[in-house]
Write a protein that binds this ligand. Structure first.
Ligand code: PEP
Length: 255
């Protein structure tokens, strides 16, 4: 049985004051949540303050990225060690916005994943196809390439600490989510691929999140699919009502 994970990716939103107000409200609203793991990924400036408020709560802290070296002359980067020191449990890695605007590649994603795992930080690894790739029938091929590239050199122990997020690029921030059937088809494909690489037991334990315009209306159907183990939520994680409604949908789907 896989524990669902609902993770909020705040992207470049919220000042420290706004972040604290949002997380305080979410924290109060999810006190009774027992079957679903919750995480929030504030911008780097708010990580420490949000982490302080989340101590001893049922919400875990995530970063939106992580570098692969522990320290040194890497201006502008943040190391896994720095993130675990302030209480981060997760790091989002390979988000399509990082790939699109900041030149991230399967190779750099793979390095980030390895460094994160080595430090006890669990990567949430984002993979997904563009609209052009889907329309030309290449979605599964792209998923294979992204996944194999991300997992290169990662062994049985490593994969147990990784969460995969299927995020079709055409669904991110567009208001156009994948249908539950479209998403389930890709999630199943990812699970089979992980099974081929690591065996069925590992594949059954691996959590695969869906991300792309998930909201309180579409969450119940998406989250009730057999291979969808939670969500990576962008826009809808910035509002207390919609984020907590999605968390409740995950709670109900796991009954
Ligand atoms: C995301 O940024 O990972 C995401 C899924 O965004 P949105 O929910 O806004 O589509």
């Amino acid at each position: 049985m896989r524990t669902p994970l609902i993770a909020g990716n705040w992207k470049m939103n919220n000042t420290v004051a706004e972040a604290l107000e949002l997380v305080e409200c979410v924290k109060t609203r999810v006190l009774g949540v027992k079957r679903t793991e919750i995480a929030v990924a504030p911008p780097f400036t708010a990580l420490y303050a949000v982490g302080s408020i989340l101590k001893n709560s049922n919400i875990r802290l995530s970063s939106q990225n992580v570098f692969w070296e522990d320290k040194g002359a890497f201006t502008g980067e943040i190391s896994p060690l720095m993130l675990t020191e302030i209480g981060c449990a997760y790091a989002i890695v390979g988000h399509s916005e990082r790939r699109q605007y900041f030149g991230e590649t399967d190779e750099s994603v793979n390095k980030r994943i390895k460094a994160a795992i080595a430090c006890g930080l669990m990567p949430i690894v984002c993979i997904g196809e563009t609209l052009a790739e889907r329309e030309s029938g290449k979605a599964m091929e792209v998923i294979n390439t992204r996944l194999m590239g991300a997992l290169r050199g990662i062994d049985q122990d490593g994969i147990k600490n990784i969460v995969i997020a299927y995020e079709p690029v055409w669904a991110i921030g567009t208001g156009r989510n994948a249908t539950p059937q479209q998403a389930e088809e890709v999630h199943r494909h990812i699970r089979v691929l992980i099974g081929d690489l690591y065996g069925p037991a590992v594949s059954e334990q691996t959590r695969i999140l869906y991300g792309g315009s998930m909201n309180q209306e579409n969450a119940p159907d998406l989250l009730s699919q057999p291979d969808i183990d939670g969500g990576l939520i962008g826009g809808a994680s910035l509002k207390v009502g919609s984020f907590t409604a999605i968390i409740m949908a995950a709670e109900n789907a796991s009954l």
